[in-house]
Design a protein around this ligand. Structure first.
Ligand SMILES: *[C@@H]1O[C@H](CO)[C@@H](O)[C@H](O)[C@H]1NC(C)=O
Length: 421
């Protein structure tokens, strides 16, 4: 016992040192005209943004380092951008998170579970879990090792099928998670979907009448970097572009080949939304591309799990118009959202369903738009809840989020069965 206590204390001590880069960094909520806020995205660490009202205003969360704070607040004053302090010290928030995760992991171990819904796991633990599922349910689960990440980590995904993907009448559902590294809660949701399809089967039809491909950890390099170096890292960790020494990594959800290269904000390697040196430059994103292409003839629903904001967003993000099946996209989205809202916490906001550019802002190179353009009928970016914690969702909320999100995705799957079968 003394030994494990020492180990925990040591980890906590290391963790404390690790978050020093955010010592004294504050979090602000800001609001103002959409384009003005969106333009800040390239210069500042905007953590998230959402429409404030129907008035064309955007509300965003922003991290400000102590040394830049005064200048930016003055700039906001001159531009009539409103702001409000949300958190005093990000480093404290990350340290609290570390302590909680250590505790819940220790609890899970004591209870002899390999994985539980009250803590976060590292990339290796997640891969082990997937391999274990493959061994335990060989007739249902196939673990694929399609490619390595830029830094050489395995990007595993699972194929779930009662007919080994050979029944060509079945529709395919494709889900990915953790394209954005700091959006930790997305991976437990992907793992829970797998669990509900293979281990604790909730609705037979969803397992038997559909084939599923689930990529729970699409960006392991970025994810490990959030664990070990910088909790707020979003991009990949590639260095294949000019300027990579100073600004490594690419925003995976700007790297798809759909209107790629048409927005100046995404061309700057130092931007949070850098699209990469070419479309599909990132090995992690090519894995998603290849999965989609491989199943294009049968794929009916694609969901990219993101965090946070309680939103189901559909195409076209590049220009704000609707695809030809806009009505279906909205209808299926509303059905998913309704199922989620039934289970949501009182303090959570209702899901917003809508066109990505209308609800949020214009974006290019997204997986949602690319998958729709190449022919999957129903494609969404799904923004999970963050409550007041933003990306740093405390582990005690994981159970709630995986449960309600599964309810929504199961509803989406039923919609697919009702329409396309
Ligand atoms: C908006 O973008 C979509 C996707 O590329 C395209 O099909 C559509 O024609 C565009 N609409 C307008 C008005 O530019």
């Amino acid at each position: 016992m003394a030994r494990s206590l020492v180990a925990v204390l040591l980890l906590v001590a290391l963790a404390h040192a690790r978050h020093e880069k955010y010592e004294g960094h504050q979090l602000y909520s800001i609001w103002g005209p959409s384009q003005e806020i969106a333009d800040l995205d390239a210069k500042l660490d905007i953590l998230s943004a959402k429409a404030a009202s129907a008035s064309g205003q955007l509300e965003a969360l922003l991290r400000l380092a102590p040394e830049e704070k005064e200048a930016w607040l003055q700039y906001f004053d001159t531009k009539n951008i409103g702001y409000k302090l949300m958190a005093e010290n990000l480093a404290d928030i990350f340290r609290e998170e570390d302590v909680k995760i250590q505790k819940s992991k220790a609890n899970a171990k004591r209870n002899g579970r390999s994985i539980s819904w009250d803590t976060y796991y590292n990339a290796e633990e997640i891969n082990e879990h997937l391999d274990e599922l493959g061994r335990k349910y060989p007739d249902l689960v196939t673990v694929i090792n399609p490619a390595l990440s830029y830094e050489g980590r395995q990007i595993k995904y699972v194929r779930i099928s009662t007919s080994r993907f050979e029944d060509l009448r079945k529709r395919v559902i494709i889900i990915d998670a953790a394209v954005h590294a700091r959006e930790w809660v997305t991976t437990p949701v992907a793992l829970y979907i797998i669990d509900q399809l293979v281990a604790n089967i909730a609705d037979n039809r969803l397992t038997e009448q559909l084939d599923w491909v689930i990529i729970p950890m699409a960006n392991p390099d970025g994810y490990e970097y959030t664990i070990n170096e910088d909790r707020l890292w979003r991009k990949t960790r590639s260095k294949a572009h000019e300027g990579a020494e100073e600004c490594p990594g690419v925003d995976g959800n700007r790297n798809f080949d759909h209107h790629w290269g048409t927005r100046p904000e995404s061309a700057d390697p130092c931007s949070l939304i850098y699209e990469g040196p070419s479309a599909f430059s990132e090995p992690e994103i090519r894995v998603i591309r290849d999965v989609v292409n491989q199943h294009l003839d049968r794929a009916a629903l694609y969901i990219s799990l993101h965090s946070y904001g309680n939103m189901l967003l559909y195409a076209w993000g590049n220009n704000g118009t609707l695809p030809s099946n806009g009505l279906s996209l909205h209808l299926a989205g509303v059905q998913m959202a309704t199922a989620i809202d039934k289970l949501k916490l009182d303090k959570a906001e209702h899901y917003i369903v809508g066109n990505a550019a209308s609800v949020l802002y214009y974006s290019t190179g997204t997986s949602r738009d690319w998958t729709r353009a190449v022919g999957i009928p129903l494609t969404y970016t799904m923004e999970l809840p963050g409550y007041e914690y933003l990306f740093v969702v405390p582990p005690e909320y994981i159970k709630q989020i995986v449960t309600e999100s599964w309810a929504g995705i199961a509803e989406g799957a039923r919609y697919v069965l009702s329409i396309y079968n």
